[in-house]
Design a protein around this ligand. Sequence first.
Ligand code: DON
Length: 302
Amino acid sequence: MQSLLDNIYQEVFPMLGQGKVADYIPALACVEPRQFGIAICDNEGNVYTVGDAEVPFSIQSISKVFNLVLAMNHYGDGLWDRVGCEPSGLPFNSLVQLEYENGIPRNPFINAGALVISDMNQSRFASPHLAVRDFVRRLSGNPEINANRIVADSEFEYRARNAATAYLMKAFNNFENEVEDVLHSYFYNCALEMSCADLARGASFLANRGYSQCAGEQILSPKQASQVNALLATSGMYNEAGSFAFQVGLPGKSGVGGGIIAMVPGRFSICVFSPALNHMGNSALGVAALTSLTKHIKWSVY
Ligand code: DON
C-alpha cells in the first residue's frame, strides 16, 4: 500500500502549481497553494501516508458527509422527506432549483441540502455546533480537531447567499430553527480543520460497510453506508460528478479547502489534499491523484 501511495505521489507531484486556491473569503485566499498530501486507511485500520498528510486544512464541504451521517443516525428514513437524492447538475450554491422544487433540496451535498441537514441536527443536539466536531473526533480518534474561528467568522460575514437559501426553505416550511443559528453551526462545521490522515480514518466506515475500525463502532448499517456512497458517487463532486465518475469511478466528496475523500468499498478510504482548485472548484492535484489511484489498482465501482 505504501508503494502505491509513493507511486501516485511521484506521478502527480510535477503538477504542483496548477489551479488556484479558493478566494471567496480572505482566510482561505492566503493558504499556501504548494501543498500535497495523501493518506489511506485500510479496512484493518492501518494508515499509510505521503507528503503533507498530517497537515490540518479546512475541510469545508467534506463536513457535509459527517453532518449527513449524524442526521441519518437520528432521523432514519424520515430524513429523505426533507431532502432528495438526485444530482443537481448546478453549482453547489445555486438557488434556482430550490424555488421551483418547493424548497426541497436535490441532495444533502449541495449547500441547500446541507443547510436542511444542519437544521435537523440543530433540533436534536444540546450544543448543535459541536455535534459534528465531536463526531469527527470520535471517528478519527483525534481529540484535537477544532474549527478555525477566523474562517468560521469570515464565512458568517459573507453569509448572504447561504442565508437566502435557508430563508427560501423557511418560506416553504422546510426549515425549523432560526436561520442565523443554523448558519453558525453550518459554518463552524465547514471551518473544521483535519489532516488527510484524520479524514481517511474518519471516513473509513464508508469503505467498511458502516463499521469504523478506529472508533470500534458500527456507525451506519451496511445498507445506509451503500446509500451514502451512492449519493457521493452521484453528487459528491459538485457539477464535476459526472466526469469524476467517468475518469475516477469512486464515491468521493470534495471541499473548497482542497481536500477530497474517496472510498474503495470493501478495501480502504483515501484522502488527498492540495489547496489549488480546478475550474470546477475541486482540488486539481486531488482529482489527478485519484485518477492515478484507479489506474494503478485497476478497479472502480463501475
Ligand atoms: O457554504 C459555503 O459557501 C462554503 N463554506 C462551502 C464550501 C464548499 O466546500 C463548497 N461545497 N460544496
